[in-house]
Design a protein around this ligand. Structure first.
Ligand code: GEK
Length: 243
């Protein structure tokens, strides 16, 4: 897959509309996510290492909101995950068509199942690792706890959920600072003020960040016994929750 440069919000748009994972976004996705999510490459490679630690023989490794399958690939390349089966779920048809090409090229012969479905509707069973990197943030708040309960019931005690999210900081001042730092990061990666402003508008009410303590409280309510934040860069954090 070619890594085209993301210029979706480079021109003034009368109304940027609501952000969706359509064909235009898919065509620039690797460039977009690397220039928009601080620490993305680190999180993806550490996701593979974490998956390898928690993968149990013969179980499934799920990636919810798999996009082009970056986390699946990172796990599938780990020697300790060779007995596992891999399932990616995403509700964007354009994303999964492109993911199939990427995965067939990168890990030919490895059976990675891709399912086009809303993660709220898809069955999740017999897993030892569930990965959900930067996807829960797009799920309506009221549906987050039922989704986490479904994930928890697919796992056995000691198994792991790897969860990355854009977060809100508890202190309003620190939240403003981290938002400003995120915008500085995007400017340093070549996005203009216009692109940053229009993308922010398109994501308003589509991507809903929450504070880390709310995430951990909800994980506890869903039945996870332990958890920790293992990475944070500005207002992006990665957590692990143990079933
Ligand atoms: C990565 N994890 O590269 N059901 C299924 N898929 C969904 C839903 C839903 N309800 N909501 C959003 N998606 C990836 C990056 S991107 C994050 C994840 C971002 C899908 C959506 O189609 C998209 O592919 C993905 O979740 C979110 O590590 O672009 O900020």
């Amino acid at each position: 897959m070619t890594t085209n440069r993301d210029t979706i919000y480079a021109q003034t748009l009368g109304d940027p509309g609501l952000f969706t994972f359509n064909k235009d976004v898919v065509g620039v996705f690797p460039d977009m996510i690397n220039r928009s999510v601080p620490g993305y490459a680190t999180v993806i490679s550490m996701t593979g290492l974490l998956a390898a630690r928690y993968a149990r023989t013969g179980t499934r490794i799920y990636d919810l909101g798999c996009s082009l399958g970056a986390s699946l690939l990172s796990a599938a390349r780990q020697p300790n995950c060779q007995t596992n089966t891999f399932i990616g779920i995403d509700n964007s048809e354009a994303m999964l068509t492109a993911a199939r090409d990427v995965l067939d090229k990168e890990v030919p012969g490895l059976a990675i199942e891709l399912i086009e479905s809303d993660i709220l509707d898809a069955p999740i069973d017999n897993a030892s690792v569930v990965i959900m990197n930067y996807t829960l943030q797009f799920v309506p708040i009221a549906s987050r706890l039922p989704l986490l309960k479904k994930i928890r019931s697919a796992l056995a005690p000691g198994d792991a959920l790897i969860l990355s999210e854009k977060i809100k900081l508890d202190s309003p001042t620190m939240d403003d600072t981290m938002i400003a730092m995120h915008h500085d990061f995007k400017r340093a990666k070549g996005y203009s003020d216009l692109e940053i402003a229009q993308k922010r508008q398109a994501l308003e009410n589509v991507l809903i960040p929450e504070p880390l303590d709310i995430h951990f409280e909800r994980l506890k309510k869903a039945g996870f016994s332990d958890g920790s934040c293992w990475f944070q860069c500005f207002n992006f954090a990665s957590m692990i929750a143990i079933a």
